[in-house]
Ligand binder design. Sequence first.
Ligand code: CMX
Length: 436
Amino acid sequence: MDYIKDKLITKGRPQAEIVKRIQKEYGDSVIQETTLGQVFSGMKGVVSLLTCTSKLDPDEGIRFRGYSIPELREKLPKLSEDGEPLPEGLFYLMLLGELPNDEDVKFLSDSWAKRAQDIPQHAFDVINALPKSSHPMIQFNSAILAMSTESHFRRAYLAGMDKRDYWDPMYEGVMDLISRLPVIAAYIYRRVFHDEKYIDPDPSLDWAGNLAHMMGFESEEVKRLMRLYMVIHADHEGGNVSAHATHLVGSALSNPYYSFSAGMNGLAGPLHGMANQNVMHWLQRLMDELGTDAPTTEQVREYAKATLDSGRVIPGYGHAVLRKTDPRFAVQLDFANKYIPEAPLIKLVKKIYDVVPDILTETGKVKNPWPNVDAISGSLLSSYGITEYPVYTMLFGVSRALGVLTQLIWDRLYGLPIERPKSQNLEWFKDKVGFK
Ligand code: CMX
């Protein structure tokens, strides 16, 4: 019996009623004015989405259902005292809005391990049909789309489902999809980088620990890192590209596989999730050009300036919302300082942190000169032996599923309609502001 599902509908129904009522009774209330600048800068700050899983404060960073990352590290269940929180616990928190206990987390670990057993063979065939040289995100997303043949939602919709029940097959599909992503990701990793020497899942392991295991990493240290990585990348409010794309496509009642695939296409962009891979290329080029992994401050400054002068961005720095150092960067730095302070890549990350914010500030246009999550995540993975940069965004994607797919269930619980903002041509904007 899935008691989580029972809890979800018990909490969800009253919320859905509020959504319906607030819209009916307060639908004409003005909540915000929008400037042309906001529209032309990518709708920054335009409140237009209803999201319950997490909230991003420009100065403080992300909170998941009210809990900051340091609080989650303290309060979510772990496997051992010095371990990192289990992503299963974060999923539970985002889904139900309450902290889980050890049994809740165990229930999810077991349930996901069970659901992961039924991946259709054609998902692997689709991966195998692609060249190994194709980016892991291409292989990952192709497999996600291929698995949509299994969609509970699609079947139930065709059978003629009551719209109040949409959340139910959405929940089932989301649970299947989340459970299967680590198997798919590890398969792609072993296919491309380890001569197709695949490793079977171990159903006794937790979701993130199993991912490390299937990738070929058996040490508790890597499993601990993987748990941290999966927790901190899970969600970042509703308006970021991967979350918004998943939500938008889901609003057409596309099944969770189609919806999540849309989000993953967005995550693969260099200004979003692919930045973690690009940071590594940027660091690698720096080390290659200078012939050292310990450059001087002046050398880093020159290298960063040359990047800007050639019209490129410094990957891993800046953010559309954040205006301080990303707490997801800070927690990884904290982790690295605790366990691997002498790792050359970590020392390099710290040197760059000392130098780059000032250089970005000097440009006079970068709104946030501070590092984001991607400035360190690849260096951390690499220092622990996961040295293949192209898989970093895929690992980000496995984690991101937790947040965006939880929100997708809530979208259907809330009964949200198809999304359809208004667009206008340039003439309209010129007229509107009296452009001369
Ligand atoms: N290096 C150089 N220039 C930067 C910059 C950076 N790291 N960050 C911002 N800028 C520039 C912008 O390109 C923009 O330049 P133009 O006016 O010439 O177009 C100007 O500064 C203003 O941009 P902004 O308002 O500060 O930032 P945006 O909200 O437009 O963009 C982001 C945010 C993250 C795309 C941008 O900071 C960036 O490109 N960073 C590098 C890529 C990166 O790390 N992305 C990962 C983000 C986290 C994630 O999603 O994973």
